[in-house]
Each structure stands twice: as structure tokens, then as C-alpha cells.
Design a protein. Sequence first.
Length: 353
Amino acid sequence: MTSELGDAEDKYRRKIDKEDDLILSSIDIHNINDGQTVIKTIPVKRNPMISYSAFGEGGGEGEGDGQGDGQGHGGGGKGVVNLGIDKRRLKQMMQSWGLSFSKPGKKTKKLYKLLIAENGVDENQEKTIEAMLERHMATGYFKEHGFKVNVTDEDMRYNLIQEKELPNLSATFVIMRDVSGSMSSYGEFSATIAGLIEFWLRQRYNNVVNIRYIAHTTDAVEMDSKKSQDFFKLVAGGGTYFQPAYQMVLDMMDGKHYNSISASRGKIEYESEDVFLLHITDGDTGDNGEELYSTLKTLFPRLTKAFYLQVDTYSDQFYKAFVSMGGEKANAVKSGNDVSYKNVKKVLDSLLN
């Protein structure tokens, strides 16, 4: 005997699987089986893809007191940026978009295998003797002549070292976010794009991805990597400079002292792992261009890929400089503040492809 509720559940799952939209979460339904209540979980389709609730809205309690100090250090408050995702469906959706990276990451040369050649240099005596013995046993040479070393040209074996470049198995993803007052309405969109890029990187690197968070206004500070919800809710007073944030990434790579409130602070090993950078801002900055561009000139060669997301229509000056200086390593896009499925896909197409 089949369960009507079970049949309905199966049909519902098949229908959901055919949908192009992302399944975010699930709800529990109750089934009565032999007088016992059985809880079953079914998927639920929702938009936007990553939900977000601003200060004082939505459920949950963030950590911190919700007070900024003008330096990008504000914390918590009520409301939560929820980054929970149905990974199976998200992977299917993003693969269906055909998203990829335009340039591969760093690769490490390793000795791959030893080849055997008929002619060459650097004789491998052990394999040469083995070849001679196999020939003697196959032809019956030992029975007629006894055990004698009789190496011919066809027995000669040589070492040919073949090097193979293996892709790195780990990466660091630096999420750098402008938290000045003009960015107060872009928390949801920032969390959405950053969360999806992070997920995509984890798929590529078998989940071995170290996330670093940098908040900046006129100064920059590394935030706690274990409190991503707080990071995307930060709003602080003051102006905006990009230079301190980009300089902080260089200091992380060089092992220098930098401003951090993260328990997992440490050096970024850019020479041995892939490093991805996402900068989210509205584009309004008071930087000295010469100093900022000098920092970028040093930083870009150390990055695997750099993403620049401008969420407003301020000056194009830095936008154009970022693309020009970064070349193939840099992707930039102007997004607005639209968290719809269509716009999120468009932004990811521009950044990841």
C-alpha cells in the first residue's frame, strides 16, 4: 500500500527539480503512519536567492551592539543576513549558466612519472637489466648460455622526467566592502553576490577556501571571518578611501602588521595558493589616484582574479582604471541594487566569465 502523502511528496519534488529558480530552504510536514507522527522535509522555492533582513527587521539576533564608531567597526544589531543555500540546486543552477573563470589559477610543477624510451639520455640501469632478464627468459637464453649479462640496444632504458602542472587545491577569497553611510541600502545585494561567488569557489576548490573580510571607510579593518552576518550589516560614518583597504591586502600578503579584529588573522600565501578579491562599493572615493594606482600595480600580479562590483552610478574613473590595470585578471560590473534572479545572473555572468 502506498502513502498518498508520500506520492504527493514525490510529485512535488519532481516538479521542483524542473524549476529553474533556486531552492533556498525547506519546511517540515507531518505524516501519520500507524498512529505515529512522522516529520518529512520538503524543499521550498523562494526568491531572492539569499535572504537578508536589515536592522530591526526579520527574526534572529546578530552579535554586537549595532553601534558604528566611524571607522567601519560597527557590529551586530537585530536582523540576520541568511546565507543558507540548498547546495545541490545551486550547483545545478550555476552550472546551467555556464559560469567559469576566464583564467586558470596558479599551478605548481611536480614530477609526474618516469617514462621508458628506446633511445635517450641518462640511462636507467635497473630498468635496463630488468629488460635484459625478461628478454633472456622469453628466448631461452639462460638454458643455453647460463646466467650472463648480455645487454643489447633493445634492452636499453632511459629516464625521461615529465613535468605536469597541477592546479592549486586551496584558495583565499578576500571580500572587501565599503561600509560608509552611502552603502547602507546595499547590504542585501552585497551578501547575495559575495555568497554566490564564495559558493562557486568552494565547488572549484573542494571546499578548501579561506575567507577574509575587510571593511573600509577612510580606514580599513579586517573583520572576524566567523561573523559574516555582522560584516554585511556594517554601516559606519565618514568618507570613503580605497587605498587603505587595498594596502591592507598587500600587508596581509607580506606578513606585515595590519588592523584586524579577526581571530584567524594571518598571512595570505599568495605565492603558493590562488587569491581572489571582490571589492563592493558605490564608487564614491576621495583617494589620491597616484598612490592608489601604485598599490594596485603591485597587487594585481599577485592575484588570481579580481572582481569589482560598483552598486551605484558614481564616477567611472576608478572603474575604468581597475579594468585597465588588471587586464585579464580583472572583471568589473555596475549592478544597481536589484536582487532579482535575472539581475543576479547578469552580474555573475559579468564577474565570473
